[in-house]
Ligand binder design. Structure first.
Ligand SMILES: Cc1cc2nc3c(=O)[nH]c(=O)nc-3n(C[C@H](O)[C@H](O)[C@H](O)COP(=O)(O)OP(=O)(O)OC[C@H]3O[C@@H](n4cnc5c(N)ncnc54)[C@H](O)[C@@H]3O)c2cc1C
Length: 465
């Protein structure tokens, strides 16, 4: 099968990918936009399926109203081809461009230039009971609500860390979920790490509105508190909350069980690096030692690999607005490389936006820091890799008795990261355990992300590739 050829392919239709598409199309370059979802939006602007026929489609995510109107206009541009339902499952750099293999009927495409805007996924720290039905990620609770109009439960604990806790708790409260507790393992003062001026006014207003919504429902966020165990007969019925010290170790005697039928939990984000690694992109460490690695880019979002730019959370966690700024820069730079009409000052103005985001990124970096005390929440039988059901005890045994000193050797010894998710869920946590046990930082935190096949594909598709 010979692959189609396009000047520019954008992978990911979230805020970064859409901004890149808009910038490149405005420069007169035809763009192929690839994303697995039926509708554009990525994580932040997720929408319910059209078939639901919702009377007020934005009732559950009012902030997306303008964004979706702009997205619809962009997708109607004759220069833009949106291939919905297309996951890129393999990528290869060839002499004549970048080959992207997709799992939809169209199959393969070769692009002169590619913008990677594959985003990030949530990180969930393991604890006893985290695999029980009724325990889901904070983003999962949000996706149920925004994408399906469904509540995760009637008595919900939201416990984790990072900026997602507040808007999701507030949305759950507004939608009628009975919130039992909202707990943040970190300290809210972390937000001030970059100075108060680091926080954009729109984010401050969003946070204040969420706090006010929770207050109307009689709730306040409990700082330095975590869900450290869950238990129940076949599904979650009780959650143990505990106070934490600065390193996130449980303060002895502070534990308390609360009744709940759902627990939404996550602890920050991990950039989705598979595609970038397949194309040979270099990685850079995050703003704090515990931050997961991200794709290294220059001021114009170039990765250093010919024809490959990256934007959005795949280059580091910065939120939807920063992702859009980066997407615009990447779209303009990539468009110029394939002959698009891009003026110098337009490119410089886009790159300047990103520089202006730096104070916010410093604050966010501090908020997303995950100290290593969480390793002590687990028991030897706590599953760390869910796909291959590898418990902590087996990882400890590999480190203590079988010579495994890094993530890759732990993987080869225990099979963690070898299952369906290919290390997306457990990679950062296995790296955290290795770092905690060996005392060394985990330089190979992305080791589980290096793989030739990036997503599950039917065997027939592999044969045809
Ligand atoms: C679960 C979750 C919930 C969030 N909720 C909020 C919120 O309520 N408020 C807030 O301010 N921020 C939220 N964020 C953060 C926010 O989503 C990001 O800041 C923003 O969406 C980043 O934009 P992006 O374009 O980089 O990535 P994303 O929006 O994540 O978009 C990436 C897109 O790339 C696609 N993709 C990935 N791999 C491939 C592939 N191989 N082939 C094809 N397509 C691919 C993904 O399916 C996705 O559609 C959330 C993040 C997550 C993970």
């Amino acid at each position: 099968m010979s692959a189609d050829r396009v000047p520019l392919a954008v992978v990911g239709a979230g805020p970064a990918g859409l901004a890149a598409t808009a910038a490149a199309a405005a420069a007169g370059v035809p763009v192929l936009l690839l994303d697995p979802a039926a509708r554009p939006g990525g994580q932040y602007h997720r929408r319910e399926p059209r078939a639901f026929g919702a009377r007020d489609p934005h009732a559950l995510s009012p902030s997306g109203r303008d964004w979706h109107a702009r997205a619809e206009r962009l997708l109607a541009d004759p220069l833009v081809t949106h291939r919905a339902g297309a996951t890129v499952w393999a990528a290869q750099h060839r002499g004549d461009g970048v080959l992207l293999a997709t799992d939809d009927a169209a199959g393969e495409v070769v692009a002169d230039a590619v913008v990677l805007a594959t985003g990030a996924h949530e990180r969930v720290l393991p604890f006893p009971g985290w695999t029980l039905p009724g325990v889901l990620t904070v983003g999962g609770a949000q996706a149920l609500l925004k994408g399906q109009g469904v509540l995760p439960g009637r008595a919900v604990v939201v416990a984790g860390a990072g900026p997602l806790l507040l808007p999701v708790s507030a949305a759950l409260a507004r939608a009628g979920a009975g919130l039992v507790a909202v707990c943040d393992a970190g300290d809210p003062r972390r937000w001030l790490a970059g100075g108060p001026r680091g926080l954009p006014p729109a984010k401050l207003a969003e946070g204040a509105s969420a706090v006010a919504t929770l207050a109307r429902h009689g709730l306040a966020v409990r700082p330095r508190t975590a869900a450290v165990r869950a238990r129940g007969d076949g599904r979650v019925e009780e959650v143990e909350l505990a106070r934490l010290d600065a390193r996130w170790r449980v303060v002895p005697g502070s534990e308390r069980w609360v009744a709940a039928d759902a627990l939404a939990t996550s602890h920050g984000f991990v950039p989705d690096l598979g595609l970038a690694l397949a194309l040979g992109c270099r990685l850079a460490g995050g703003p704090t030692p515990s931050a997961p690695p991200a794709v290294a880019v220059d001021a114009y979002q170039a990765t250093g690999v010919a024809g490959v730019w990256a934007a959005g959370e795949v280059t580091g966690i910065g939120g939807a607005d920063v992702a859009a700024h980066e997407g615009t820069t990447a779209g303009l730079a990539a468009a110029r490389a394939v002959g698009g009409a891009v003026a110098d000052d337009a490119l410089e103005a886009a790159a300047a936006h990103r520089r202006a985001d730096r104070a916010f990124l410093t604050a966010l970096g501090a908020v997303l820091d995950v100290p290593d005390g969480w390793v002590g929440w687990m028991a030897p039988e706590t599953v760390v890799c869910r796909c291959e059901e590898v418990p902590l005890g087996r990882i400890d045994d590999a480190i203590a008795h079988r010579g495994a000193r890094d993530v890759r050797s732990v993987k080869l010894t225990t099979r963690c990261g070898m299952g369906r998710c290919q290390g997306r869920m457990c990679g950062a946590n296995v790296a955290g355990v290795v770092a905690a046990r060996t005392g060394a930082p985990a330089p190979d935190a992305a080791a589980l992300e290096r793989r030739p096949v990036l997503a599950p594909v039917p065997l027939g598709r592999l044969g045809g590739a």
